[in-house]
Design a protein around this ligand. Structure first.
Ligand code: SAH
Length: 341
C-alpha cells in the first residue's frame, strides 16, 4: 500500500454506513425539505412520509456528516456543506449519491471479487445486461446517471473551456455527450461554432431541453445512435469526455476508429479524461484509482496512462499531439489532443 493512503482502516471498514446514511438522506430529499429554513422532526417526518423516531436516528447520522445542524430550539437546519445535497444547486452531488449508492451499483460492487477472480464484468454478471444497455432500459436510473454525469461535467466545464480555444473549429461533434451539458456550454462561449450531440437514445433524452434552455438549439443537432456502428460525419473536431475510459482497449479503439472514419483526413480528436500516472506514488491519486476499479466492476473500461492513450490513438489511426491539464490538480481532467496519423 502507498504510504499514508489509508489513515484508519477501521474508518474504511465502516465507510459504507455513512454512505448509506447520505444516500437515504438524498432519497428522502431532506436537503430540499430544509432549503426553506429549519424544521422540526415532526414536520420532516410528515413531509417525507417516514417513521419519526427512526428518522431522528437518520438525522443524527446526517448531523455527524455535517449535512445538518440542530437549532437551539431543537429544529433541524441545513449546513453550508449540506446544501450540496439539494437537487437544484449548481454544485449538487445529489444525483451522484443516488447513482453510486443505489442498490444496482452496490450489487455490482459487491461482486468486485468476481471481477478480480475471473476478469469478467461484475455488473453484467449481477444484472444480466451491460451497464449501458441496462441504462437504456431503465428510464429513472438513466435520468439519475445522466444527471450525475452532467453535474460532474458542469463543475469541470469552466476549466475545460478556459484552457482550450474551440473557436478554431466550425463543427464540433460531442460523441457520447450525454444530455449536452458540456457541448451547450462550449457553444454558449463560442458563438460561431456549430455542434452535434451524439449519444444513445437514453443519453440524449433530455438534451433538447438543455439546448433550448441555454439558447443554442439553433446551432446544435442532436443525433441518437450507437458509436460502435458509426458517429456523425462532417465534424472538424470530435470531442469525447469520460467516454473512452468506460471501455476496454478493443472497444475503445473501435469508437476512436469510427471518429477517425467520420472526420476524414483532417480533423482534431479531443479526449477529456483523467490520466493515470505511470506509477501511483501518492495517495492523492486515490480518486483515479477508485474510478479505475469502478470501471473494472461496471464496464470493464479502465483509467489509462498517457502512454496507454498514445497506444490507443495509434491503433485507431491518430497521433497524440498534445496534453493540457485543466487545473494544477493532477487528479483533474486533462485534454488529450490528436490528429489523423
Ligand atoms: N460525455 C458525458 C457523458 C459521459 S458518460 C459527460 O462527460 O458528462 C458516457 C456516455 O456514453 C453516456 O452518456 C452513454 O449514454 C454513452 N454511451 C454508452 N454507450 C454508447 C453507445 N453504444 N453509443 C453512443 N453512446 C453511448
Amino acid at each position: 500500500m502507498v504510504d499514508g493512503q489509508v489513515n484508519t482502516l477501521q474508518d474504511v471498514v465502516y465507510g459504507f454506513m455513512p454512505a448509506q446514511i447520505l444516500h437515504v438522506g438524498a432519497r428522502l430529499n431532506i436537503a430540499d425539505e430544509l432549503a426553506g429554513g429549519p424544521r422540526t422532526l415532526g414536520e420532516l417526518a410528515a413531509a417525507t412520509g417516514t417513521h419519526g423516531p427512526s428518522l431522528r436516528r437518520l438525522l443524527q447520522g446526517l448531523a455527524c456528516l455535517n449535512v445538518l445542524g440542530e437549532t437551539a430550539d431543537g429544529r433541524y437546519e441545513l449546513t453550508a456543506a449540506g446544501q450540496q445535497l439539494r437537487a437544484d444547486v449548481p454544485n449538487s452531488i445529489r444525483a451522484a449519491v443516488l447513482l453510486f449508492c443505489s442498490e444496482a451499483m452496490w450489487r455490482s460492487w459487491s461482486a468486485l471479487e468476481y471481477s478480480v477472480r475471473t476478469g469478467d464484468i461484475a455488473w453484467d454478471h449481477v444484472h444480466g445486461s451491460s451497464f449501458f444497455d441496462y441504462m437504456d432500459e431503465h428510464a429513472a436510473e438513466s435520468t439519475t446517471f445522466n444527471s450525475a454525469m452532467a453535474d460532474r461535467t458542469r463543475a469541470a466545464v469552466p476549466k475545460i473551456i478556459g484552457n482550450y480555444d474551440f473557436s478554431r473549429f466550425t463543427r464540433l461533434v460531442d460523441v457520447g455527450g450525454g444530455n449536452g451539458q458540456l457541448l451547450a456550454t462550449i457553444l454558449t462561449s463560442t458563438p460561431e461554432l456549430r455542434g452535434v450531440l451524439f449519444d444513445q437514445p437514453a443519453g440524449v433524452s433530455d438534451a433538447r431541453d438543455m439546448m433550448w434552455a441555454t439558447g443554442v438549439a439553433d446551432r446544435c443537432e442532436i443525433t441518437a445512435g450507437d458509436f460502435f456502428a458509426g458517429v456523425p460525419t462532417g465534424g472538424d473536431a470530435y470531442l469525447l469526455k469520460s467516454v473512452i475510459h468506460n471501455w476496454d482497449d478493443d472497444k475503445a479503439t473501435a469508437i476512436l476508429r469510427n471518429c477517425r472514419k467520420a472526420m476524414g483526413d483532417k480533423g482534431t480528436l479531443l479526449l477529456v479524461e483523467r490520466i493515470m500516472p505511470p506509477r501511483v506514488e501518492s495517495p492523492a491519486f486515490g480518486r483515479i484509482v477508485w474510478s479505475d476499479v469502478n470501471m473494472l466492476v461496471n464496464t470493464f473500461g479502465r483509467e489509462r496512462t498517457e502512454a496507454e492513450y498514445g497506444a490507443l490513438f495509434a491503433a485507431a489511426g491518430f497521433e497524440l499531439t498534445g496534453r493540457k491539464p485543466t487545473s494544477d490538480d493532477p487528479v483533474d481532467y486533462q485534454l488529450l489532443e490528436g490528429v489523423p496519423a
